[in-house]
Design a protein around this ligand. Structure first.
Ligand code: PCA
Length: 172
């Protein structure tokens, strides 16, 4: 195991959507056959972005437009190159989502649960985030969330098998 970690550098990723624990694509990160992943804690962006749910498949997107929307909550993982490749395949990076490196605040889950704020206890760290870089401007009229949950009271249930960008003309 450690030997493999030497060979494969780790990549830090902030996930805000279906890849989070309890969300529909989390199984991908949990599956050791896809590579290595270690949960580090709860993350929050340092810049506001629009987190919207769009398309007929109810897919969550972080739109690449800073200072609009909310400081967005997510989960931070260190993953190996094999796992990063799997995530890139799911998100169709760089043709659909595009990951870019951003500074986010990281807080251990125990502290988050005990009510510590990111201002008090957050540490800055650089992570990859999957953004939608090009989108219809009408998406900016959608409700914007601070945190995604497939079971949220928005009622917009994610449709599995959705992430085939060839038929997602309603966002692009
Ligand atoms: N999966 C990625 C991007 C949006 C999504 O559903 C994530 O959870 O961060």
């Amino acid at each position: 195991m450690y030997e493999n970690l030497f060979k494969s550098p780790l990549h830090r990723v902030f996930v805000y959507g279906t890849l989070k624990r309890g969300e529909p694509n989390h199984g991908l990160i949990k599956d050791a056959a896809n590579g290595y992943a270690k949960f580090l804690g709860v993350g929050r962006t340092t810049v506001s972005y629009p987190l919207v749910i769009a398309t007929k498949y109810n897919i969550p997107f972080l739109l690449k437009k800073s200072d609009v929307g909310n400081l967005v909550l997510g989960e931070i993982y260190d993953v190996d190159s094999k796992m990063l490749k799997k995530l890139d395949e799911l998100e169709e990076h760089p043709t659909f989502y595009e990951r870019t490196e951003e500074e986010v605040l990281l807080i251990p889950e125990s502290m988050f649960k005990s009510g510590k704020t990111f201002e008090e206890a957050g540490e800055l760290t650089k992570t990859w985030i999957y953004f939608l870089p090009r989108y219809r401007s009408s998406l900016l009229d959608s409700p914007m969330y601070a945190s995604y949950s497939n079971n949220g009271n928005h009622g917009l249930k994610y449709c599995e098998n959705a992430e085939d960008s060839s038929n997602l003309n309603d966002v692009l």
